[in-house]
Design a protein around this ligand. Sequence first.
Ligand SMILES: Nc1nc2c(c(=O)[nH]1)N[C@H]1C(S)=C(S)[C@@H](COP(=O)(O)O)O[C@H]1N2
Ligand SMILES: [Mo]
Length: 325
Amino acid sequence: MLVRRKRGWELPESAATPEHVYLNRRRFMGTAGSGALAIASGLVWPGTGIAQDGGSARPTADLYPVPRNMRYRVERDLTSEELATTYNNFYEFGSHKEIWRAAQALPIRPWTVTFDGQVEEERTVDIDTLIRAMSLEERVYRLRCVEAWAITIPWSGFPMRALIDYARPLSSARYVRMETFQDSEVAPGQRQFWYPWPYVEGLTMAEARNDLAFMVTGLYGRPLPKQNGAPLRLAVPWKYGFKSLKSIVRLTFTEERPVNFWQEIAPNEYGFWANVNPEVPHPRWSQATERLIGTDERVPTRIYNGYGEFVADLYADMQGEPLFM
Ligand SMILES: Nc1nc2c(c(=O)[nH]1)N[C@H]1C(S)=C(S)[C@@H](COP(=O)(O)O)O[C@H]1N2
Ligand SMILES: [Mo]
């Protein structure tokens, strides 16, 4: 349920961390004309060190900020916007955390998303047409990387269920396979031929229609930065972060279970389900705790990353499946 009385920045969660910086920048965005924005778009917000790429290039930038959906509460402080946009995993731009600057090379307009496979009608839609067709909301979610670090951030976007309805899959579809862009001219990581590009992820149709599955188009009340997966990425917070693929160009509805990027690389370490579980270690490290980035704090990891009330039922009859790798 949407709570429209309050905007995100009026709420206590966002008061907890360096939100004053955020608020000032939002004011700045509100008052600055496009000329000033263009000057400011030299990758970093003046005086903050926060990476950004110039909202002026986004035909749907006017839609943000969006009202926060208070059904999804998080008991942790928000990760600072600066950290969430400068400490990333995006192997297309390098196999380290400092890819944010390299990711600015990704052209995100024009951008299209294709729906194919078992659909009533194969379709390709312009990203801004798609975004305008959806009802946007903000959700504060935690993200738990399989590497045992975690963040808590306010995504903007729309329920994945709405995207599935928009795509009109046939009832024979059992899975949705999703694909990231492929362009080795702009993404140096994609010149590393030993990786099985493009990045692929998949969900069952029931997972994709679960309330929690969210399509992300924004972060911290503004259009999604490139390094976080602009213009469209997934957020499935009960699963390890690698399931939440970035910069999506295609959704294919299929009867066959997709083989995801990491499973293809290391099937003994990464599976299809990848649900978070502190009691199932990765073959090379424990998953019992996680580090909150930007702090020295380690906290216990929770089953389904704390989202069991929303998703545990999905797996009730699947005891034989490797649900937690
Ligand atoms: N296309 C693509 N999507 C990706 C990745 C990637 O390398 N390429 N990394 C994943 C991993 S391992 C994590 S933890 C999250 C990180 O998201 P963030 O950088 O926005 O925090 O993105 C996921 N999505
Ligand atoms: Mo990750």
